[in-house]
Design a protein around this ligand. Sequence first.
Ligand code: PR8
Length: 465
Amino acid sequence: MKRENFSEWFNQILEKAGILDIRYPVKGLYVWLPYGMKIRECVIKIIKEILENHGHEEVLFPLLIPEDFLRKESEHIRGFEEQVYWVTRGGSKELNVKLALRPTSETAIYPIVSLWIKSHKDLPLKIYQIVNVFRYETKHTRPLIRLREITTFKEAHTFHRTFEEAEAQVKEAIEIYKKFFDRIAIPYLINKRPDWDKFPGAIYTIAFDTIFPDGKSLQIATIHNLGQNFSKPFNIKYEKVDGNFEYVYQTCYGISDRVIASIIAIHGDDRGLILLPEISPYQIVIIPIIYKESRQKVLNKAWKIYNLLKEKYKIYIDLREDETPGSKFYYWEMKGIPIRIEIGPRDVDEGVVTIFRRDKMERIKVRDEDLENTLKDMMNDIYKNLRERAWKFLEENVVRIFRIEDIREGYINEISLCGKDSCGRYIEEKTGLRVLGEAIEKKEDGYCLVCKERTDKIYRVAKSY
Ligand code: PR8
């Protein structure tokens, strides 16, 4: 079902695993449920840790942006004009200055940062925030994937003395996202977007794209080199060592709820979610198999194991007596808990427990004294297995193509292209697919499929979300 009817599978999992309620009566807006919030928290914790380790500090800017701020950079507003929600009234009074719900926060942040930055000593400055943003999307909206309220928008903004420093920051941002996606076992391809598809106001955009089970690509992160395009209209200047003033050079980069969509879509299966130990609300669930006569001894052992493991793992003991063990198994499999420990009366007598791992759907018996070591190895192995499986799927769906007529929907096609806009546009028109951009970590000698010029550039083409 995941493969054949991905959209339906995805929406069902969101509901059945308790991630989102998708019945909110405004298009493109959804309700986060308790279990979904716990997963979201785990993911946020990882990205925060990585950003902080790379010298970024968290800030929080207002949601509302005055119209004149939003309009300061002309390309930016041209790109976002049709996506902005406006607040025009306070109660029954018309506002003197219209206020935009931020579609992203450049134009909220930069006027204020221009007051912070005075000298070269204030640079580099690296800040980030995790907020909701609103975009009036006109393409088909989907939970977590194409939202009108992006609820988990992590945006980083950096300010530098020179163009070279901003370039180095783009490289650092690539490393940051590699670390992040590796940690959550999401495979990616890194593409420099064609000029016509870059972020409004940027010099260029680099994107991380992944592939979904239906063969469509999804942009899961973007990094933009803004040059001085924003610092000039927003007047962000610093005093150089020699006493002259110069506009700063900037980058910004962001991820969204799509990260969580990817975790669900890429790791999950027909039984539900499959979570990595690090992002699972519980890493282990203990299920005592309770019968009247042996109730006490089973519960004693279950609590003993719980106490033994609770310092090391996020662990939950499912004591519900109005549910059968079978329905509990099904329930926690749907929720993607990496490991379940089953304890029955016979296990108590024999000094063993049964361990079940969700990613491989395998059950083994382990002696009590081996339990801790087995769990430790298994947690690592689950991460390794999910990561390998996910990368394998991506790699199997990337195809090297040598003729335009062989470009296929459902795959990421790699082709030789010279890089001229006209050649890229031609491919998009001819195939109905999207040119994701130039592979930044791959070169190969060949001839542009359109104009036949020599080139070593590889471009990726796919149907995308
Ligand atoms: C910026 N400014 O805004 P970006 N639903 C879910 N996720 C989305 C949606 C949507 N409607 N639109 C975009 N994304 C820059 C960088 C501050 C931070 C996700 O960049 O417009 C996509 O994964 O490219 C995208 O890569 C990311 O947000 C950043 O958005």
